[in-house]
Design a protein around this ligand. Sequence first.
Ligand code: PLP
Length: 430
Amino acid sequence: MGKEVIKINISKEDDHVFHRNLNLEYPIIDRAEGVYLYESSGKKFIDGCSGAVAANLGHGVTQITDAMNQQAKKAAFVHSLRFETEVLYKLSKEIIDLAPKNFSKVFYTCSGSEANESAIKLVHQYHKDRGNEFKRLIVGRWQSYHGNTLGTLSIGGDLKRRTSFSALLYEHPHINSPITDNEDMSLTNYIDELESLIKNYGAENIGAIICEPIVGSQQGAMVPPYEYFKRIKDICKKNDLLLIIDEVMTGFGRTGKNFAIEYFDVIPDIITFGKGVTGGYAPLGGIIVHNDIVKAILENSNGIFKHGFTYSGHPVLVATGLAAINYYKSNDILYNCNIQSEYLLKGLNQIYDKYKMIKSINGKGLLIGLEFVPNRDHDKDFKASEKVSERLNQISMENGLVLYPGSGAKKGKLGQHIIIAPPLTVNNTE
Ligand code: PLP
């Protein structure tokens, strides 16, 4: 606040950035504070979706930036093949304390995609080293997103992102994930779909199923029925499949619980995380592993996970995670998330009463999705060519509010949507 605003002028000839869209001009953010982003021209945005649902703690938290700086000065990098640091042990203990019971180890990556890739490899190694080398397939769901690397695109269901690269994808099977208002499918139908898939492919060829507990970008925060994950877990047990829960978007308080799977009283085998673990201050992700798998790796693989990255457990990244978790705890961010969620939902319900274009309001905590149709009294969806979420995104950007446009997987009956997911530190006025 009150700082001089620098206007950056970059000519087309001097622009060497491979932008996401080379035809667009992107606002240049000069600084960020709390829930606000400030463009170099002076324009202010409310970060209404925490970037990509990552900046859970808002911007400019000096406790976190100081911790990053201190660790960078102490020991910026050691390689996990030979060395570790104290912050690595401390963060792992904090994460295990937040996780459901009987989880005992944390493996680190630099993103959510790498976390899910690591989960795929751990599943494979787990089964192979127990003599089940053909349990290779991972069941994904059409309405889901697990990352942009080839393995994670293969298990994900983002049709838009998959299409251009379909020739490179591994053919993992998919089922539909529950859409609560889909009259054509009851919960039993969704479960039956999984059971018949297992029959078709053979349980001896399937290693795991991966699910977002509340689907983010693909479904606009639609919450499955309470029984859903219990039934999935029963099928997993019956068929020796592992259950991977992708908490990359939902973890670390985003939905009003430490992990969203807590809403369903189910204990998975692997939890993957990213984004919120550092509140977006550094690129950290990872997997939290149930003790039964850890025991199997000790017994069948000589204790070796045959996988790792140069930056697994990078000291500055884990120091950032540790400072972020301390901040979550000391500021009771979960409490604020739940209070602000109630306030936001109250306001959104008033808007819902006024506008027939809103079909449904979904989600938990501060992961809230709005689904749109031309008129909810009529049974009709927008055409894809109407690009509703993109247009809403553009209008809100022009008005200084950043929202997360949904990609909108079109398998199943689903309208267009946006996600509202401000930092969990947001207050009523903001
Ligand atoms: N899984 C989920 C549920 C996500 O929402 C995302 C990103 O949006 C990812 C995985 C991929 O994470 P990253 O972009 O950090 O690789």
